[in-house]
Design a protein around this ligand. Structure first.
Ligand SMILES: Cc1cc2nc3c(=O)[nH]c(=O)nc-3n(C[C@H](O)[C@H](O)[C@H](O)COP(=O)(O)OP(=O)(O)OC[C@H]3O[C@@H](n4cnc5c(N)ncnc54)[C@H](O)[C@@H]3O)c2cc1C
Length: 264
């Protein structure tokens, strides 16, 4: 059987893509390794319009139900490769040795936040270590936090957090931030933002309740309740590398105004 569409990824992009494909009567299959994707791991989502506050898993279970009720098929599996066939269709191979054919592919594989790789980072993930200020910032009202990174994301996250928290410490590895000057100048004017240059985090410190500090390369212990890591992210696009799609410097696929890649 040939699918009209195979969607790779079962997160907040892939599941609605399946729901819409079904509404257009396209025979579609969603293949996702982690049902619900990244949002399914969020303990509390407070920016989903119409839902004041709900666990990420609850929201994503409903996304999955919606796709299924609409007519999408679902397979929990890891896609290992996508190949182009002589008839211009695609062959999708999974790690459980299943193979499917589809006329079109939607890649909704998300991305992975880069980690610092320091002691305590994994232990306190979700208990004070976060990779998304807009997602988790609200949990640190009037508390002290650190943002790690010197790019645009780090500085804009610090500006956002400064409106909620007591103090935001920005830790920058080099003697200058990489972010655009406009963001740096804005942040420098904010009273509760403190820049720490040539400063690296060496260990996340904490107790049962969660994070309570950061050990720095200067030997100092910075007392903070939350740590926001903002050192970039990498997209999961290697499964289509053999098709040689155009990518940008970050490894993200370049798409046109129809969200199509350079691979027909
Ligand atoms: C802890 C946490 C809390 C968050 N909280 C919020 C919040 O409160 N509000 C908010 O707006 N955003 C939040 N986010 C961000 C939000 O989760 C992401 O923006 C969103 O998940 C992106 O959706 P996506 O579908 O593009 O990718 P993802 O959710 O990452 O889904 C990718 C999907 O692709 C699958 N996949 C990848 N590679 C393969 C492969 N080779 N084969 C098969 N499947 C594959 C994955 O298993 C997964 O199912 C949070 C993120 C995290 C990590």
């Amino acid at each position: 059987m040939i699918y009209d569409l195979i969607i790779i990824g079962a997160g907040s992009a892939g599941l609605p893509a399946g729901m819409y494909a079904s509404r257009y009567t396209l025979k579609n299959l969603i293949i996702g390794e982690i049902p619900g994707g990244a949002l399914g791991t969020s303990h509390c989502v407070e920016n989903y319009p119409g839902t004041l506050s709900a666990p990420g898993k609850e929201i994503m279970d409903n996304f999955a139900k919606h796709a299924e009720v609409s007519g999408s098929e679902f397979l929990q599996d890891r896609v290992e490769s996508v190949e182009k066939l002589a008839n211009e269709n695609f062959a999708v191979k999974t790690s459980s040795r299943k193979e499917f054919e589809a006329k079109k592919i939607i890649l909704a594989t998300g991305n992975e936040y880069k980690k610092l790789g320091i002691k305590g980072e994994d232990t306190y993930y979700g208990k004070g270590v976060s990779y998304c200020a807009t997602c988790d910032g609200n949990f640190y009202k009037n508390l002290d936090v650190a943002v790690i990174g010197g790019g645009n994301t780090a500085i804009t996250e610090a500006l956002y957090l400064a409106e909620i928290t007591k103090t935001v410490h920005i830790l920058i590895r080099k003697d200058k931030a990489r972010a655009e000057d406009i963001w740096i100048k804005k942040a420098e004017k904010v009273d509760n933002i403190v820049f720490h240059y040539q400063t690296e985090a060496e260990e996340v410190l904490g107790a049962v309740m969660g994070v309570n500090g950061l050990k720095l390369n200067t030997g100092e212990i910075l007392a903070v309740d939350g740590i926001f890591v903002a050192i970039g992210s990498s997209p999961f696009t290697s499964i289509v590398d053999n098709l040689s799609p155009k990518k940008d410097n970050e490894g993200c696929l370049i798409v046109d105004e129809r969200q199509e890649t350079s691979v027909k």
